[in-house]
Design a protein around this ligand. Structure first.
Ligand code: ZN
Length: 139
């Protein structure tokens, strides 16, 4: 369930971001178009480009993510008939795949993203989604 072989993931998990820190940090994103991160192209989960992968700073993991992974496994959270690919799907930090994601930041516009490695396909794919504050779901 948890990928153990990704070095950067092990490093990231050292630095845990609390929900309140995340909410504070999200206020710094004005939502305007940014040519560095092209965040509007990542309103839903998409494969990250190599360039963008280098560009976005990794700032850490979400607090209590191990607990959330244990509790919810691969369960997704979609109360309003959204699905994994929906642009308006809730960013539910305790649920798959958000609970196994790292938080990343664009240093140009301060937008925050989540990224994780998708293993269900033929080749692992690194997926990225821009976090919009209004979609954040916290218990
Ligand atoms: Zn940006």
């Amino acid at each position: 369930m948890v990928s153990k072989h990704k070095n950067n993931k092990i490093m990231n998990s050292e630095n845990k971001i609390t929900y309140s820190e995340l909410i504070e940090a999200l206020k710094k994103d004005n939502g305007k178009i940014c040519s560095s991160c092209t965040k509007h192209d990542y309103s839903s989960w998409s494969n990250i480009t190599k360039d963008l992968d280098c560009e976005l700073e990794v700032i850490g993991g979400v607090e209590e993510s191990e607990k959330a992974i244990k509790k919810n496994g691969y369960t997704e959270y979609h109360p309003d008939e959204t699905n994994y690919w929906s642009k308006d799907a809730p960013v539910a930090l305790e649920f798959y795949p958000y609970h196994e994601s790292s938080i990343r930041r664009c240093n140009t516009c301060n937008a925050l993203f989540l990224s994780y490695i998708e293993h269900s396909g033929h080749l692992p794919q690194k997926r990225l989604r821009w976090i919009r504050k209004k979609l954040l779901y916290l218990r």
